[in-house]
Design a protein around this ligand. Structure first.
Ligand code: FES
Length: 176
């Protein structure tokens, strides 16, 4: 029996359909870059070099351009993130409202520094620039969920909920 060759990345059937539909909605292939990368990340969990080359090929763009876009946006992961990826805002409003204390608390509780992942793969921590919710600073995004008006107590609650695999959407983490 032949050894299975390592499969190259390609959109699965469902995502290929979404990709084709997205192409129809935008005036240029260049404009499809962000949604195409997002789709790849949704499928693979993170963006490998191979995937960036694939996207460049599909959109007739230079790989250098695709790499630079991916490096610019914090929403794209170049390495597999933790099951819960914590993105803590460190821009002005959040800094004035105490994000440094939250970062230290998170780092201590999880035993990781920004840019790292816990050994069990449950959490990864990243500091990011403005998440666009300055009015409810300090803010942290946990995967897709915005957790706002944070304090140490709320951060502890978030960690406990993630550990218990409870959906954060069920808790009032938003602005109030
Ligand atoms: S400064 Fe933190 S969300 Fe804008």
């Amino acid at each position: 029996m032949k050894a299975a060759a390592q499969e190259k990345f390609a959109f699965n059937k469902e995502n290929e359909e979404v990709f084709q539909e997205t192409l129809k909605k935008y005036p240029t292939k260049m404009a499809v870059l962000l949604p195409a990368l997002w789709l790849c990340q949704k499928q693979n969990g993170h963006l490998t070099d191979e995937i960036l080359e694939y996207v460049a090929g599909r959109l007739d763009l230079s790989p250098v351009h695709v790499y630079s876009v991916v490096e610019f946006y914090t929403m794209y992961h170049r390495r597999p993130p933790g099951k819960y990826h914590l993105q803590l805002c460190r821009t002005l409003s959040c800094t004035l409202c105490g994000c440094e204390e939250l970062r230290e608390h998170l780092a201590k509780r999880l035993g990781i520094a920004p840019g790292e992942k816990t050994r069990d793969g449950l959490f990864s921590l990243e500091e990011v620039e403005c998440l666009g919710s300055c009015g409810t600073a300090p803010v942290m995004r946990v995967n897709e969920v915005y957790c706002e008006n944070l304090n140490l107590e709320k951060v502890d609650k978030i960690i406990e909920m993630c550990k218990a695999d409870k959906p954060l959407e069920e808790e009032p983490m938003g602005a109030h």
